[in-house]
Design a protein around this ligand. Structure first.
Ligand code: SF4
Length: 489
């Protein structure tokens, strides 16, 4: 499925031995977060005195080279990959953002979306700030910079209390690395340990990629300040209520990531098992739409006893879809991107599992591919409930009018995409699948910290046992009051 897109991934590195290779580690971490954003990337690096900064349009593997990384020496780094919903890709929107003043330098990398961006921007403009981008993340750095004279801790907490929406932040100054997660924990952020240092990352797969170990997730409403003394954690004072984005598990996160105590691949397999129980069908083979439908297909096969087969191959070398400008061309890209394995399909009754249906166009093309390859029947199963409402928290969804499930009942959608049968997982079934994947052991380790550990008890080693999930795009019930229908920026 390629119709929803995440906006960003963030990483932060602090090397306590002051080795100057933080940018190299951040670069490898960003490679592992590339799936979260492919339009632009950037790094900010401090050697304790100066902050160097680099941003470029393109993939991590394309834009960094020896010379670029060689010019970014220091023991503190933050990095970012971006998929922007703010119109065309422009360098001005690339992150991290950096603010320099006589008080010092601040850099910010943000994953998420602010729902009070417009009033905050107006307020800042009225009080003298100027903006260089159309990114809501620039509001965050302007607010921190504005309050910096009160001290960093105060500037951060004041800023965080003014902004509303979803945010997983990596912030740095010349001397410290800071992580923060919004009071609902909508976007992920975790803490890891490397030799002689610490890592903050959107997903644990980035910590694995640099040879580190996941320590724990940052709790909703938690700030961590990392320096030579270790990790200081405190809650920024808001009432917290965990509402992690369900789509992180369904689609966005890498299958090898563990997020808020839930291994993502396990969650997908469980969703497939629940789907098989809720909407079983007589068939010869189960296949998944690469990549995020594969886990659910394995689970469906296990629970139903119907053999699993590869069925569809994805061309991994297709570039970003924005090179196909029109809707028609984007749809045609499905044929270039995905192809059926005829020997798995021909003459068979096929169950195909995808993670979601957004506009329905990709699903229709997929079914055409299977029929052309000789499938006798095609039964479409979806491992998320129908998407009926837009997302305002960092996921690029179409307007409501373009969401097929907002406009049509399941039977009408089945006819439109040309399937023999169609079923979505129920909301209850999806939450049951997530909750059954709580990881009981081994996620929290001792680490040197000072002050109050707000995280303790908020996200316990038992993971999501007390956690809720955002269900906004399914039910229209968002983690915070929405002011009317916000325009899509
Ligand atoms: S509205 Fe949907 S996509 Fe957006 S954060 Fe909530 S669950 Fe995720």
């Amino acid at each position: 499925m390629d119709e929803l897109k995440d906006k960003c991934g963030v990483i932060g590195i602090y090397l306590s031995n002051h080795d100057d290779s933080a940018s190299r580690l951040a670069y490898y971490g960003l490679q592992s977060l590339q799936h979260r954003g492919q339009e632009s990337t950037g790094l900010a690096v401090s050697d304790g005195t100066n902050v160097e900064h680099f941003r470029a349009l393109g993939l991590v593997s394309e834009v960094y080279n020896k010379d670029v990384l060689g010019s970014l020496k220091g023991h503190i780094a933050i990095g970012h990959v971006l998929y922007s919903t703010c119109g065309k890709a422009v360098i001005e929107n690339a992150q991290p953002f950096v603010s320099r003043s006589k008080l010092g330098t601040i850099a910010v990398a943000h994953n998420g979306s602010l729902v009070n961006y417009e009033p905050m921007k107006e307020f800042l403009e009225e009080t003298g700030s100027t903006f260089t981008s159309t990114s809501d993340s620039e509001v965050i750095i302007k607010l921190i910079a504005k309050n910096y004279k009160k001290g960093l801790d105060r500037a951060l907490t004041d800023t965080i209390q003014l902004i509303r929406g979803s945010f997983a932040l990596c912030v740095m100054t010349e001397k410290v690395l800071i992580g923060a997660r919004d009071p609902n924990g909508i976007r992920p952020l975790c803490l890891g340990k490397v030799d002689n240092g610490w890592v903050l990352a959107s997903e644990s797969c980035a910590i694995d990629a640099i040879g580190g170990e996941l320590v724990r997730d940052i709790a909703p409403g938690e700030i961590v300040i990392i320096n030579d003394d270790g990790v200081l954690s405190f809650n920024f004072g808001e009432k917290t209520s965990k509402k992690t984005c369900v789509f992180e598990y369904v689609y966005f996160a890498r299958p090898d990531t563990i997020m808020d105590g839930i291994p993502v691949l396990e969650a997908r397999k469980k969703m497939g098992e629940v789907l098989a129980r809720e909407s079983g069908v007589v068939a010869d083979v189960v296949i998944g739409v690469p990549d995020s439908g594969l886990g659910a297909a394995l689970g469906y096969s296990k629970a139903s006893g119907i053999p699993y087969a590869m069925g569809i191959v994805k061309n991994k070398y297709i570039g970003r879809t924005f090179i196909a400008p029109s809707q028609e061309e984007r749809e045609a890209m499905v044929f270039v991107k995905l192809n059926a394995v005829k020997s798995d399909i021909q003459g068979k009754r096929v169950v195909i599992i995808d993670d979601s249906i957004v506009r329905g166009t990709t699903s229709r093309r997929l079914i055409q591919i299977l029929r052309k390859s000789g499938a006798k029947e095609v039964h479409f199963r979806i491992s998320s409930p129908p998407v009926k409402f837009p997302c305002y928290f960092g996921i690029d969804t179409p307007a409501r009018a373009d969401l097929i499930s907002a406009q049509h009942e399941t039977e009408e959608i089945r006819k439109a995409i040309g399937a023999d049968s169609l079923a979505f997982i129920s909301m209850e079934g999806m939450i049951e699948a997530l909750q059954s994947c709580e990881w009981e052991e081994g996620l929290v380790e001792e680490y040197p910290d000072r002050g109050q550990r707000a995280a303790k008890g908020s996200i316990s080693p038992s993971g999501a046992s007390n956690c809720g999930y955002c269900q906004g795009c399914f039910l229209g019930e968002y983690p915070m009051p929405m002011i009317g229908e916000l325009g899509k920026r």
